[in-house]
Design a protein around this ligand. Structure first.
Ligand code: ADP
Length: 487
């Protein structure tokens, strides 16, 4: 089975968020599951030189884009069994950031068309079975593939998957580009499917209408985006295509996030010997200027300080939580920096704020905390709650999207669970969930520790999800096989 994954970013080459994480780690997991994988990414100026110097020029050709013919080079780099092809065009991609330019529509229309053209220039022996596009930047590839390339034998066999990582960004542009750039104005079906109002077209709509299958990053989010509340205007088309829509959970990099080997934390620990976690807690309390006390539950947040992440609930409930004896430490940047600073000043020794992005500090906080707060308004998948559980830090989450799918709420009758949760976007309910955790910490430490054990032994690796993707690809292309033959 030969898979091409196309994305606007892929770690470690270029990453601005969750899409970069997924496009960085899923391909490796697919290779381990037996597939051949090529990842296509733009060659941005911001890609570090250590990678650029390892790229080799594979070929170049011209890509038809409306009335233009644009140069496209393919630069190849092999790493961890995955072949990366960087799409080179100085005009579009030789810029220091991936996004945020006036011509982003044109840039990613070019990228999508370049992906289609590239399928006939892949390394020898590689024939694309499934093209998996991600988010609006590559959403036009399934459209172009069907409207311009169908009928050519090489393309006839290619099936397409469109994966939604963030439905809030859809790539909406003036419909003037339908003719000028996309060359689709004279194809009434395409023009109709892309249109979102009198004057605009929407790239993501193209992916949703044209891809053979659609995925998103958790089963609950797959259901939620079919409702007006979460669908950002696309719930109608998602409902129409619901039979082809599937939610597959993201995994985390279990090597980078491993308390047993993590070199960034003060003492390593595992389910078999938890003494290191107590040392980590003392160290982080000291580092953050909190009272060094084991009888105080320490709850942390490591997040963008935005509305999406539930910061309205946090600012509403923090007085109650802090005066109730729970220590809180917040690491993050964003719109809510001022209120976070306010609470840190008001409750010295009990509340700490670090308004910065600091990966090493985040490791120390995941390791040293007892609880992790993530009360999101919406959450397609979420990685932080999985990282927290891996470090034996019990998440307190709102039951939405991937949070609902990954955190099993504590059941006091069976003792099962990996964290605490609440349903409604309400500050009192969030406070109640926090105190369910804190009470257990104070009143029944053995039961609390059992939940810690449950959380740490959950499997959040990519392996399971990679197999779910392979099953989907196989459903689209039953004639291919990814799993190595059993001898
Ligand atoms: P998002 O919606 O921001 O992608 P996720 O939970 O999926 O949320 O992933 C967030 C990732 O970014 C996690 O790995 C988290 O540890 C990290 N992170 C967020 N804010 C910070 C910060 N200020 N410093 C260090 N790491 C951070």
């Amino acid at each position: 089975m030969q898979i091409v994954i196309a994305a606007a970013e892929a770690a470690p080459f270029v990453k601005t968020g969750g899409l970069g994480d997924v496009a960085g780690s899923l391909p490796r997991a697919l290779v381990e599951a037996g597939a051949d994988v090529i990842v296509m990414v733009p060659k941005y100026a911001s890609i570090p030189d250590e990678y650029k110097s390892r790229m080799t020029h594979m070929c170049d050709f011209y890509v038809p884009l409306g009335w233009r013919n644009e140069y496209c080079g393919l630069e190849r780099l092999d790493q961890d069994g995955v072949t990366y092809l960087f799409v080179d065009n100085e005009h579009y991609f030789n810029r220091s950031y991936p996004y945020g330019f006036f011509d982003d529509g044109e840039r990613f229309a070019f990228f999508s068309k370049a992906i289609c053209e590239s399928l006939q220039h892949l390394p020898e022996g590689f024939q694309c079975d499934v093209l998996n596009c991600n988010d609006w930047h590559t959403a036009l590839a399934p459209v172009f593939l069907r409207e311009f390339y169908q009928g050519l034998p090489l393309y006839e066999r290619v099936k397409t998957v469109f994966s939604i990582h963030n439905i809030a960004f859809q790539g909406q542009y003036s419909d003037a580009i339908l003719n000028d750039i996309l060359g689709l104005a004279h194809i009434p079906n395409a023009a109709r499917q892309l249109r979102c109002d009198d004057r605009s077209i929407n790239f993501m709509l193209g992916g949703l209408h044209y891809a053979d299958a659609i995925t998103t990053v958790s089963p609950t989010y797959a259901a939620e985006i079919q409702t007006p509340e979460y669908g950002e205007g696309l719930d109608g088309v998602l409902r129409e295509r619901s039979i082809s829509l599937q939610g597959i959970l993201n995994g985390i990099d279990t090597d980078a996030w491993n308390p047993a080997t993590d070199p960034m934390i003060c003492a390593n620990y595992s389910v078999d010997d938890m003494s290191g976690k107590a040392a980590c807690k003392r160290a982080i309390q000291e580092e953050l200027g909190l009272e060094v006390r084991d009888d105080r539950p320490l709850m942390v947040m490591i997040t963008r300080l935005t509305r999406q992440k539930g910061m309205d609930l946090v600012t509403y409930a923090l007085d109650r939580i802090l005066s109730g004896g729970v220590q809180v430490a917040i690491l993050g940047t964003g719109d809510y920096e001022e209120p976070v600073r306010y609470f840190a000043n008001k409750y010295p020794g009990t509340c700490a704020a670090r308004i910065t992005f600091d990966n090493a500090l985040s490791h120390r906080m995941y390791a040293g905390a007892d609880m992790f707060l993530m009360p999101s308004l919406f959450e397609p998948c979420g990685l932080s709650q999985m990282i927290a559980m891996r470090y034996g830090t019990l998440p307190v989450v709102r039951e939405t999207g991937g949070l609902r799918d990954t955190v099993q709420p504590y059941n006091q009758f069976t003792g099962e669970g990996t964290g605490f949760s609440f349903a409604n976007f309400n500050g009192e309910e969030m406070g109640d969930a926090v105190f369910r955790g804190a009470r257990l910490f104070w009143d029944d430490r053995a039961e609390f520790d059992k939940l810690v054990h449950n959380a740490m032994t959950r499997d959040f690796s990519w392996a399971k999800s990679a197999h779910a993707y392979i099953d989907l690809y196989r459903w689209l292309r039953p004639d291919t096989d990814a799993y190595p033959p059993v001898v």
